[in-house]
Design a protein around this ligand. Structure first.
Ligand code: NAD
Length: 377
């Protein structure tokens, strides 16, 4: 069986779905690997490195021969048509709001897997693209903030005077937020953080951050069984806003990472709060692709509001592509490995497997995922 790794059709995507390491591993499973010419260049992986790992360098025409296509983003209509019917396509599919694309993948006979639906269970940790990419995004958010900030992050006591430590506030202490806290601490900032899940409190403290939150009864019940946040009530949001309003006015850097699965990102920072900050302050909105946590943040732009810069870069993991691709490639490899027969090198989909059940969008010509399948009459 043949695995194909294309150049991403979205020119802004800098990541790639295989690394020399995963190519070697795929070969080890008995699979043939074809990498489209130049697929790794934006992640600093040359064709020669893929070849050395055992891949053949091919062209877009090879897509039609592949049994498995590994991608970063959902294939567009033209790509879907180029793949052979029955092929497995494994990518981040971002399917909500793109139901037509899901349908056309079914019509093309593809078995399309959405990696972002991987259950967060121990067995699947190595396949968790949300975590591997959010971790890097959290790091990169602090690096981007530091680059926009006109002052130093650590306290510096020098003969010429003392530079105070930057005050960094991280809103949303999940995977990205915790890495942002750790990164800001390493740079010497004074770090505070907030979240609506009680479990976050200890994690923030263990990284040396100070936890700030409205800890009422709603807070105590805000974590779902899956470990995610619930959408909070209007009343809670008002209490939270009042609590953080004073705090934000005193911060140099605010990093927001708050998301709620299947919902728009919660609005945490109002235009008034932005105005309350000192000129020279920086806000990085990591949720900008999902509607944004910050009023006035613009996707793909750095906005200046009276001297406060709001950073809304898209595809944060793609800004650190060489690292992001290595981890992403490993996530995909680990999942594909579960579908390969080690003796024969055959790839097959077991719809009863819990990882397959959670991620498989289309199969056998139909949309099969419960979130998208046509409801039964
Ligand atoms: P996420 O990306 O969905 O959200 C980011 C953070 O924003 C979360 O911590 C969330 O609680 C927070 N948030 C939501 N609404 C908020 C609001 N109004 N105000 C402030 N914060 C708000 O979450 P995530 O980073 O994917 O992680 C969610 C949880 O899953 C974490 O506890 C994480 O440790 C856990 N997790 C478990 C596994 C595993 O067991 N395999 C893997 C990854 C993550």
């Amino acid at each position: 069986h043949t695995v194909f790794i294309p150049v991403e059709a979205d020119g802004a995507e800098t990541r790639v779905a295989a690394s020399p390491d995963t190519v070697k591993r795929l070969k080890g499973l008995g699979l043939e690997v074809v990498v489209e010419k130049g697929a790794g260049l934006k992640s600093r992986i040359t064709d020669g490195e893929y070849e050395k790992a055992g891949a053949t360098i091919g062209s877009a025409d090879d897509a039609g021969k592949a049994d498995v296509v590994l991608k970063v983003r959902r294939p567009q209509a033209a790509e879907q048509k180029a793949y052979k019917s029955g092929a497995l396509v494994i990518a981040t599919m971002d399917p909500f709001g793109h139901e037509d694309d899901v349908k056309s993948m079914a019509e093309a006979g593809l078995s399309a897997f959405a990696m972002e639906f991987m259950p967060r269970i121990t067995r699947a940790q190595v396949m968790d693209v949300l975590s591997s990419q959010a971790n890097l995004a959290g790091y990169q958010a602090v690096i981007d903030a530091a680059a926009e900030f006109d002052r130093a992050m650590p306290m510096m006591m020098t003969a010429a005077g003392t530079v105070p430590a930057a005050k960094v506030f991280v809103m949303g202490a999940g995977v990205a937020g915790l890495q942002a806290i750790a990164t800001a601490k390493r740079l010497g900032a004074a770090v505070t953080a907030t979240d609506v899940r009680p479990a976050a409190k200890e994690q923030v403290a263990s990284l040396g951050g100070k936890f700030i939150a409205v800890e009422d009864d709603e807070f105590k019940a805000a974590e779902t069984a899956g470990g995610y946040a619930k959408e909070m009530s209007k009343e809670y949001q008002a209490k939270q806003a009042a609590l953080v309003a004073d705090h934000i006015a005193k911060q140099d850097i605010v990093i927001t990472t708050a998301l709620i699965p299947g919902r728009p990102a919660p609005r945490l920072i109002s235009a008034d709060m932005v105005k309350s900050m000192k000129p020279g302050s920086v806000i990085v909105d990591l949720a900008v692709e999902r509607g944004g946590n910050v009023e006035g943040a613009k996707a793909g732009e750095v906005v200046d509001v009276d001297g406060v810069r709001i950073v809304g870069h898209l595809n944060m993991p793609g800004r650190i592509s060489a690292s992001a691709s290595l981890l992403y490639a490993k996530n995909l490899y680990a999942f594909l490995e579960t579908m390969v027969n080690k003796e024969t090198g055959e790839v097959s989909v077991n719809p009863e497997d819990e990882l397959v059940k959670a991620t498989l969008l289309t199969h056998g010509g139909s949309v099969v995922h419960p979130a998208f399948a046509p409801k039964e009459e």
